[in-house]
Ligand binder design. Sequence first.
Ligand SMILES: *Cc1c(COP(=O)(O)O)cnc(C)c1O
Length: 451
Amino acid sequence: MTGTSMGLTERDRARLWHPYAPASPNLPLWEVEAADGVRLRLRGEDGARHEVLDAMSSWWSVIHGYRNPVLDAAARRQLGSFSHVMFGGLTHAPAVELAERLAGMAPSAPGRPGLERVFLADSGSVAVEVALKLAVQFQTASGRPSRQRFLSIRGGYHGDTFAAMGVCDPVDGMHSAFPGLLAANVFAPRPPAAASATPESVKAWASELGDIAAAHSGELAAIIVEPVLQGAGGMHAYPAACLTALREAADRHGLLLIFDEIATGFGRTGELFAADHAGVVPDIMCVGKALTGGYLTLAAMLCTADVASTVSGGQAGALLHGPTFMGNPLACAVANASLGILDDGGWRADVARIGAALVSGLSPALKLRAVRDVRTIGAVGVIELHDAVDVTAVTAAAIRHGVWVRPFRNLVYTMPPYISSASDVQQVTTGMVAAVTEVHERVSARSGGPA
Ligand SMILES: *Cc1c(COP(=O)(O)O)cnc(C)c1O
């Protein structure tokens, strides 16, 4: 059978891969028939339709909602001009404007060089690859060619390409699948959890970090971390004071400091960038995900003028990267429109309002025996279970309550679009708590549950 005689999900199963999935996974697949504002219209494989709130912002990206009129207009305007041109030897207004906007909004602090130079990449993982390359090229150009490895913290996630995988958590990441191919990097412990950290525990962590950096400094090019919130590695929030310790360790040992703000950037944690919680400025920063408001794939790597000029003056004479779709004009035009919406400043009140609603709306989950922890940071809310989530059952239960979630490991979490209304957020939290209760509470009640 081909084409229209088969259902869409059947045709999908015959041909496509999905994220971290086997071919033809025996798991439910939902067809998106429409998306508008914060809502998706899904069609199940039984033909039933469900209108759901997107509690995931399509993996952190759709911060201004689907079919946003400002972003739609920006895309249409650029389509009427040109959609793509190569970036070698050519330039265009959308890319230049985007670089100026990003440099203008990037973390800054008195007496610290700002992030002035922008490399446009086509996805978050690629931006991380470019950041890591840049750091190694910087050390080589500075006369320290033995510095080829990276220091990261456990529990991190930085993408799926090889160098990025190599700085992901060495246990939960994908290291064991590619033992011969991933660089041997250096890992410090995960910083203490924000909710329970004390000045002493932060100090103890900082001192261990300093010891590790000192022991390996001769072989390390840079430190790379997700500032303040580790996302796909476990939704772990940690104190902003740890960023100051990371900055100090990097400075003391001649390492560059790379902040991967691909998930945390553009307001999600309550500051424009997570680095701003501590007033720390990295040498290199990566952004992606929400950059185009979830319309097109685009990411960026920013660095200081000093790093840029050192690498450019090195033997290679250039930063050794250049994707075909670098600086795609359509994506840049939509990114400019998305950053324009952020410029208006309403995001700050929205994130605070959504965050407060997540705190109160998710707190009933703390009473559930299946639940180990409930935590929020900015407009991110997390229910952590004792055991692995039954993803299929929780997803289906949440859909029955009108909410789209995509749990992983033992986590059911949400980061709603900034345009979510009070009643939207309430529906999200009610749906999440109900889904966890329906699927996991009965099981843990029957088995006596964890102590
Ligand atoms: C999603 C993510 C990436 C990878 O971005 P892709 O666009 O999926 O390649 C890297 N780092 C962090 C922190 C992320 O959340």
